[in-house]
Ligand binder design. Structure first.
Ligand code: 13P
Length: 277
């Protein structure tokens, strides 16, 4: 069933686990994640990058996500990831999203707060909760996980008070993409922020983070973890391994859908979201 962002975040808070949020790109990746969620009886978030709604793809992808979520036997939220501007936010709301992330973290703090607050107000008008970001989670390709410029408790408090967000992405040692060296997370900092703000904390850049670090981050208070890159690798590795003798595209894609499903099942269990639907 299609549910709100708040619904899945509350489930995670009550059950002391993290809701897995998978970036999806096409019908097959949606099918793989839904299959995993149903097999593991888990609530999940399906999210798409902002560029997919900046461009034409979202127009076709969003109805697939909505149909899949509505048909699923488990709670599914449809979320915008790293919303680039109000345009992408409005578009995704029109497509039926039940959660929104606006990412103005590259701007100075005051502008980030003002811009995020504006989106929170817009979304409130249609009953949708918002994720913001304070402290920039960079890219592994630039070695950004090596930075020790973590989000501070003061920044997190000021951001939450100033914006009214429901979820907060923080910089605590992860980066997007493939790491050159496994990251070490600032677990103490997560725990301090968790103690001081009353919103769901989000970890971006979940691909390649060692299992023990993921578990420690959840114990410290992380309630949503994003996986993008490794889902793509699971899908693409299988596509490249599938022989050219399968010509019907649906038949060709079967193994790739299953590869996404087994990747997602592994992460669902790691995050403790199995049997929490
Ligand atoms: P990865 O691609 O590193 O898993 O990050 C995904 C993410 O955080 C999406 O916002």
């Amino acid at each position: 069933m299609l549910v709100s962002f708040k619904t899945v975040l509350d489930m995670a808070e009550k059950g002391n686990f993290a809701i897995p949020a998978f970036n999806v790109y096409n019908m097959e990746t949606v099918m793989g994640v839904i299959r995993a969620a149903e097999r593991q009886n888990a609530p999940v978030i399906l999210q798409n990058y902002s560029r997919l709604v900046t461009n034409e793809e979202g127009y076709f992808l969003a109805p697939i996500i909505i149909a899949a979520a509505e048909k699923a036997s488990v709670p599914v939220c449809y979320h915008l990831d790293h919303g680039a501007s109000e345009v992408e936010v409005m578009r995704t709301l029109r497509y039926g999203a039940t959660g929104i992330m606006i990412d103005k973290s590259a701007l100075p703090m005051e502008e980030n707060i003002a811009g995020t607050k504006n989106v929170v107000e817009l979304c409130k008008a249609v009953g949708v909760e918002v994720e913001g970001e304070i402290g920039h989670v960079g890219s592994a390709a630039n070695g950004d996980e090596q930075t020790t410029e973590y989000t501070t408790v003061e920044e997190a408090k000021a951001f939450v008070e100033g914006t009214g967000v429901t979820a907060l992405a923080i910089a605590v040692g992860t980066a997007h993409g493939r790491y050159k060296k496994a990251p070490k997370l600032a677990i103490e900092r997560i725990a301090e922020i968790h103690k001081n703000v009353d919103v769901a904390l989000v970890l971006h850049g979940g691909s390649g983070v060692p299992d023990e670090e993921i578990k420690a981050s959840i114990n410290a208070g992380i309630r949503k973890i994003n996986f993008g890159t490794d889902l793509c690798y699971a899908f693409l590795d299988q596509v490249f391994a599938t022989g050219r003798d399968k010509v019907g595209i649906d038949l060709f894609m079967k193994d790739a859908v299953e590869a996404v499903a087994s990747f997602a099942e592994e992460k669902i269990k790691l995050l403790g979201a199995d049997n929490k639907a």
